[in-house]
Write a protein that binds this ligand. Structure first.
Ligand SMILES: [Zn+2]
Ligand SMILES: [Zn+2]
Length: 236
């Protein structure tokens, strides 16, 4: 509250609020307004949640929606008996395909979908779906908030994340993250290659069949997206 007042008067405080005095991440140059939470801004989730001393700027429009805590990795569930990596992959691919296909059929074309394999409360099982159009994301969010999944009501929000490269843990992608499941950057669980081809090929096929009714600029965007995807293949 103190910060908001300072911000509106465009003044700097003489003394830092005690919550920030001992914060090693605090940076005086950021103090033009209340400090934005860089974790929320980049990753769309922060371990402090609503209690964070920094600002979580929830977007009013976004191409991306997030459904927190939806995917449950059977390997992380202590009560399950030992389950092989192959079985986990199969289970994950099925989960991923079900959500992807339903979302794309009901709400609109998907640019990418990502699922976190982290263990921290704010990231565990989070599913991010980035639609090509913001309107589709909004439509999906409104509909999904009335839905249930696996016997639990779904919650769905717009997410500020549009660039997943920024949100991902680079060390995890190299197999070198020492923070494990409790890392605060996204550990995105990869789907199998075949499924990737099948799912992301769907929209390519659809774009082709619809191309007559589409305008030129849209087709140009589709092509650049495909190029981009080829360039990044193997990242996720
Ligand atoms: Zn935060
Ligand atoms: Zn990590």
């Amino acid at each position: 509250m103190l910060y908001l007042k300072i911000c509106s008067q465009n003044l700097r405080p003489k003394k830092l609020p005690s919550a920030l005095e001992n914060d090693p991440h605090y940076n005086i140059t950021n103090l033009k307004c209340r400090v934005n939470c860089s974790f929320y801004f980049k990753i769309g989730a922060c371990r402090h949640g609503d209690k964070c001393s920094r600002l979580h700027n929830k977007p009013t429009f976004s191409q991306t929606i997030v459904m927190p805590n939806v995917y449950s990795n059977p390997q992380h569930n202590q009560t399950e008996s030992v389950i092989s990596d192959q079985e986990v992959q199969l289970h994950f691919d099925e989960f991923f395909e079900e959500i992807f296909v339903e979302m794309e059929d009901k709400y609109g074309e998907i640019e990418e979908m990502n699922v976190c394999d982290n263990l921290g409360d704010h990231l565990v099982g989070n599913v991010y779906v980035k639609f090509r159009k913001e309107e589709d994301a909004e439509k999906a969010m409104n509909a999904l908030n009335l839905r249930w999944f696996n016997g639990r009501p779904l919650t769905c929000d717009l997410s500020p994340v549009t660039d997943f490269r920024e949100a991902c843990c680079r060390q995890y992608e190299l197999g070198e993250c020492t923070r494990g499941g409790f890392c605060n950057f996204m550990h995105l669980k990869p789907i199998s290659r075949d499924l990737r081809k099948r799912l992301y090929g769907r929209s390519k096929k659809r774009s082709k069949s619809r191309s007559r009714s589409r305008d030129r600029s849209h087709r140009r965007r589709s092509r650049s997206r495909d190029r981009d995807r080829r360039g990044r293949s193997g990242r996720y």
